[in-house]
Ligand binder design. Sequence first.
Ligand code: HEC
Ligand code: HEC
Ligand code: HEC
Ligand code: HEC
Length: 277
Amino acid sequence: MRLALAIASFVVLIVHGVVFYNQFFHRWEQHQTAYFEQARSLSKNDAERAELEARSPRVEQTIVTSFGDTHVDRCTTCHMAADDPRFAGHAEPLKAHPYSAAMGDVQRNGRWERRHKFSDFGCTVCHGGQGRGLENVYSHGEDEFWPEPMLGYVTQATWRKDFTPHLKGKEYMEANCAQCHTAEDFAGTPHVNRGRKLFYAMNCYGCHKIDGMSEGTLGPDLTEVGHKFKIDYLWESIVEPRANLATSFMPKFNLNDADVESLVIFLKSRLIRPQRN
Ligand code: HEC
Ligand code: HEC
Ligand code: HEC
Ligand code: HEC
C-alpha cells in the first residue's frame, strides 16, 4: 500500500513537472534567450549592452492596421532578429530577414532599407501562416485545419505526397504580393503575370468566370478561388481535372510543371481584396 502511494505521488509529481515545464518554458522563450545571449556577444559598446539588459523574454507582436481588417502578427516572438542585420549569417529562427531589390528594398550609403517596414506590414501579409500562433506548427500553418499555410515554405500532412515537392518555393508568395500590387505587368510578380497570360492562352477563360477578366459559365466561377482553396487542391484541379468530380468535362491539359505552377500562383492570387485602408 505504501509503495503504491509512493509511486502514485511520484507520478503526480512528474505530471506536475511536465505541466509546469510546458506552461513556463515555451520554445519561444528559449529562442529569445538565445537571441539575447548572441546579441550580447555581438554588442559593440555599453549602450548596446545596457539596452539588451533592459529587455526580458516576452511575446513580441505587431498590430497591423493599414491593410484590411486589423490583425496581430507574433512571428517576431521567435524571429527576433528579423530586423537585426548583425544576424545575417545565423540559423533560423534567429536569422536576419533577407533584403532584395525585388521587394523594393533600397541601399543607401551601403545600408539596406526596407520598403515594407515590418512595424507597419507585419509578416503574414506576404507569408501567410497564423499571426497569433506561438508554436511552429500553428504559426507556420502546418496544422491541416489552418486555411492559410505559409505560402511556399509549408505543406500540410494531408496533401498528396506526389504534389508536395511542387508546392514549395518562395515564388508562391507572389499570390500575396499581388493582393496589393495589382498591375498586370508588376515586375515583382512574374509568375502571377505568366499565369494570367496562360489563363487566356489555354482557353481557361472560355469555361471559367473571373470578375473583370472572363465570362465563362461551363465551369465554376474562379473569382474567389484563392480564398476557397489551398495550393494543393489548385494543382490537382489542373493536372487531374477528374480527381474531385468524376464527371467533370474539363480537359486534361498536358502542361509542363512550370506552366502549372504559374497557373496555381495566379489562381491563388484570385480573391476579392478586402478594402485596403
Ligand atoms: C515558436 C517559434 C516560431 C514562431 C512563432 C514563428 N516561427 Fe518561423 N520558424 C521557427 C523556426 C524554429 C524555424 C526554423 C525551423 C523550421 O523551418 O521549422 C522557422 C522557419 C521559418 C521559415 C522558413 C525558413 C526556411 O528557410 O525554411 C519562415 C519563412 C518562417 N519561419 C516564417 C514565419 C512567420 C511568417 C511566422 C509568423 C506567422 C513565424 N515564422 C512564426 C520558429 C517560429
Ligand atoms: C499589404 C500590401 C502589400 C503586400 C502584401 C506587398 N506589398 Fe510591396 N508595397 C506595398 C506598398 C504600400 C508599397 C509602397 C511603399 C512606399 O510607399 O514606399 C510597396 C512597394 C513595393 C515595391 C517598390 C516599387 C513600388 O511599386 O512602389 C516593390 C518592388 C514591392 N513593393 C514588391 C513587393 C513584393 C515582391 C511583395 C511580395 C513578396 C510585396 N511587395 C508585397 C504594399 C504591399
Ligand atoms: C513584403 C513581403 C514580406 C514581408 C512583410 C515579410 N517577408 Fe519574409 N520573405 C519575403 C520574401 C520575398 C522572402 C524570400 C526572400 C529571398 O529569398 O530573397 C522571405 C523570406 C523569409 C524567410 C526565409 C529567410 C531566408 O533566408 O531564406 C523567413 C524566415 C522570413 N521571410 C520571415 C519573415 C518574418 C518573421 C517576417 C515579419 C517580421 C517577414 N518575413 C515579413 C517577403 C516578406
Ligand atoms: C471545357 C471547359 C473547361 C476548360 C477549358 C477549363 N475548365 Fe476548369 N473546370 C471545368 C469544369 C466543368 C470543372 C469542374 C466542375 C465542378 O467541379 O463542379 C472545372 C474545375 C476547375 C477548377 C476547380 C474549381 C472548383 O471550384 O473546384 C479549377 C481550379 C479549374 N477548373 C481551373 C482551370 C484552368 C486553370 C483551366 C485552363 C488551363 C481550366 N480550368 C480550363 C471546365 C473547364
